[in-house]
Structures are given as C-alpha cells and as structure tokens.
Design a protein around this ligand. Structure first.
Ligand code: GH3
Ligand code: MG
Ligand code: MG
Length: 419
C-alpha cells in the first residue's frame, strides 16, 4: 500500500525522471491498463516484440493460455482501483519467437492520467530456474542413490546424509547430522592414515581409499570411499567435502577368504608352501638391498609315520598343529615359518648367520623333544640348516638345507646339522 502510494507520487510528479530511469534500465519495465501503455527497451528485448507491437497487446497476451485468466483477473482488479502490490515468481513469458522465459514480475497499482493503471518490473530468471531445477534433480539423485553420500563442512561436521547411508549404517538422520565421520570409525586405522587423508583433502585434492568403518550395531563395514573437496567459486577456498562411498564388504571378505586360502595352510594355520616361497623371495630382495644375512632351516618330524600308525591320523593332525604353534611361539615376528608339505617345515631366520641359526635350531629341537603334546605324546625333529649365500637361487639354497636335513636323519635323527 505504502509502496504503491510512493510510486503514484513519483509518476505524477516526475514522469520524465521515471522514463529516464526506465530507458537506462537492464530490467524490463512497463505500465499498463487494458493494454501496455509504456514499455522500456529492456522489456522489448526480453519479449522480442517492438514497442509499437506491445502497445497493441494486453499484458496477459504475453503468458501461456493457462495463466491468462488469473493474470487478467489481477489486472482488472487493479484497473478497478484496488491498491496492492504483487510479486509473481516463475511465470512463463512467451516471446514473439515462441521461446518461453521464466520471469519474475513485481507490479503495483498507480494512478496514471486520471485513471488506475499498473506499473511493473520484470526480470528474466530462466537461468536461475534452470539451476534450481538441476539442483533439485541432483538432490533427488543423491537421495535415491544406492551409494552412501554425505557432505561435511571443512571441520568435518556432517551437514547432509542420504538415505543409503542411514539404512546401511543403521542410524537415524538426527544422530548423524551435526556429528563428524568419527561416528563411523572402526578404530582400525592409525593416526597417520587420518593425517594423510586430511592433508590430501585440505589441500584440495580428491581422496580415494578403502576404509574400514563401523555400523551403529558395531558390525564392521568396508567402504570404497571417495572424498571430493568442493571449492568456493569466489575465493577458490575449500568449503565442503562431498563423500561418496560404496559398501564393498562382500567383495573384501571374499578377497580375504581367497587370500587366506591361497596363503595359509588349512590344517596348521601357518604359511603354506606357496606363501613361504613368497617370503623367501622377499628375504632375498631385502638382503640384497640392506646387505643382510639370513638363514634357512628345513624341519622334518622323525618317524611321523609311526605316530599315525600307533595313535591314528587324528592324533597325527593334532600334533602337526601343536608343533606349528610351538615353533611360531618361539620365533620372532620377523622370522617366517611355513609348512613345506606333510610333516616338513621351512623356517626363515631374518638377520641371522648360520652359526646363530644352529643355536636357534638346537633350541627349537630341544623344545620339541621336551614338549608333551596333549600331556601324552612326544616327538623329535631333525633340522637341516644353511645360510643364504649371495647369488644363491631359492631352489639351490633349499636343496642345501635339504641335504643337511638328510645328513641329520642319517646321523640318527633328533639333531641339527648345517651345510
Ligand atoms: P623320518 O622322517 O624320520 O624318516 O620318518 P617319517 O615316518 O616321518 O617319514 P616319512 O616321510 O616316510 O613319513 C611322513 C609321514 O607323515 C607319512 C604321512 O602319513 C604323514 N603325514 C604327512 N602329512 C600328514 C598330515 O597332514 N596328517 C597326518 N596325520 N600325517 C601326515
Ligand atoms: Mg618327511
Ligand atoms: Mg619325517
């Protein structure tokens, strides 16, 4: 009401001034009664009609048929003297070339040349409307995605989560919004893991990693996670992090199972023949790089056939397991022990000379002989020892340990021999 009256004053007192403003404006401006009675240049450009053409048109001629009755109704109220301002957001304006623009129109009632009229400004908001539509579609797509999506600010505070995250992790929305991703932490990654993650994203780079998370019920979940830092258009500073992740738990567990099958001996749960050879190759690489020595011990349980014969295969199996456990418990984690086959085992001693390996072999030989398995059974073991020589192949070195073992057997078993 107040605006309308101010406007009335302006037009009546200084119509010239209004026209000057209107002619220089980038915003479309018009005055109408039944027809347009004034249009500025910006408005003619927006509509594609000349001012002569527009001055022969009703204002509602510029919109789509289904909008016409409502617009005409509003206009007739104005022309009858009702004082009101109106803002129409997102009204279709049909141009002369039939192209349709989304426009925002603000209008007021004024008195003009002794009658009521309308004055209005119009802005083309097609780009904005299109942008808003795209944003709506994007939000819908995120909400419906099977992938986990959440958005945090630069401190990690979660501002958006999609339904997939809530249903996969088992949280309610208000439990997640406002917390940080620490909520999902499985505590399985160390400090340096997170330091690297934060360094990467704070420097504006994308981050991609398999992360072990925890659901609300404590279950572990493996998520293939991508973090995208989103930068401010104005100053280029990172302002948000968009996190998308895929639940890869099934794949990871299958891979772990396969790796285990491929590398672990199912009976004794120590490295299998394939894996101990892999360790051997690794020892050779390391020794060549660091100029370190290492030693190889081949074990064979004495008269194991008679254990099976006397007590049965089941007891034989039990002894193989208990024997493996005993050795593992008495070596360092940097040493590698694996099942070579049957009741034969291979031990790799890192940073150990043949002389030291003999002492360790003797210690292990004694431990085995003294052990009462299941408080009943005793066994002895023969051990062949050799030190890896520069230029040795793995096969050559193992053959040497085997010869030492053969000698130990020939000398009466339950002993350690080097070659
Ligand atoms: P020695 O080595 O002292 O010459 O005598 P041995 O009786 O140990 O020698 P041999 O190599 O002839 O026999 C090894 C036996 O180990 C034969 C096989 O029945 C037994 N054996 C191999 N693998 C397994 C296993 O997985 N479980 C059981 N219970 N026995 C096994
Ligand atoms: Mg054997
Ligand atoms: Mg044997």
């Amino acid at each position: 009401m107040k605006n309308a009256q101010t406007c009335v004053g302006l037009i009546e007192e200084d119509e010239d001034k209004f026209r000057k403003i209107a002619e220089n404006s980038f915003v479309g401006m018009f005055i109408y009664n039944e027809y347009f009675i004034y249009v500025n240049e910006a408005f003619t450009k927006m509509t594609g009609y000349s001012s002569d053409e527009l001055l022969k048109m009703h204002p509602w001629d510029l919109t789509k048929d289904e909008y016409k009755p409502r617009i005409e109704g509003l206009i007739r109220k104005r022309l009858a003297g009702e004082m009101f301002s109106s803002i129409q957001n997102d009204i279709p304006l049909v141009r002369k070339d039939n192209q349709i623009l989304a426009v925002k129109i603000s209008t007021e009632t004024i008195s003009y040349q002794d009658a009521y009229a309308g004055i209005g400004i119009v802005m083309d908001i097609s780009d904005l409307v299109k942008k808003n539509q795209i944003i709506k579609v994007l939000i819908q797509a995120l909400a419906q995605s099977d992938d986990i999506v959440f958005i945090t600010d630069t401190t990690g505070c979660i501002e958006y989560v999609n339904d997939a995250l809530l249903s996969i992790y088992g949280y309610e929305k208000d439990e997640v919004i406002g917390s940080t991703p620490a909520l999902f932490s499985s505590k399985q990654h160390g400090e340096s893991f997170y330091k690297n993650l934060w360094n990467t994203i704070l420097s504006g780079k994308n981050y991609h990693h398999l992360i072990m998370n925890k659901k609300r019920n404590g279950e572990i979940i493996y998520v293939d996670t991508k973090i995208t830092p989103v930068k401010n258009e104005e100053d280029g500073k990172v302002s948000y992090f968009v996190v998308t992740a895929r639940d890869s738990t099934k794949r990871v567990l299958t891979e772990k199972k396969l790796t285990k099958l491929a590398t672990i001996d199912p009976l004794t749960q120590i490295a299998n023949r394939y894996q101990i050879q892999y360790y051997f190759d690794d020892f050779i690489v390391r020794m060549e790089r660091m100029d370190e020595v290492f030693s190889v011990l081949m074990f064979d349980i004495d008269y194991f056939k008679s254990i099976n014969d006397r007590y049965g295969h089941y007891v034989g199996d039990y002894i193989l397991k208990a024997f493996s456990k005993l050795i593992i418990e008495n070596i360092r984690t940097i040493d590698k022990f694996g099942r070579w086959g049957g009741e034969e085992f291979l031990l790799l001693l890192a940073d150990t000379t043949e002389h030291e390996a003999m002492q360790i072999g003797q210690k292990l030989n004694r431990l085995v002989a003294e052990k009462k398995f299941d408080n009943i059974y005793t066994i002895t073991v023969s051990i062949g020892v050799t030190e890896y020589q520069k230029g040795d192949t793995k096969e050559k070195c193992i053959a040497r340990a085997d010869r030492a073992l053969y000698a130990a057997k020939n000398l009466g078993r339950n002993r350690v021999v080097y070659n």
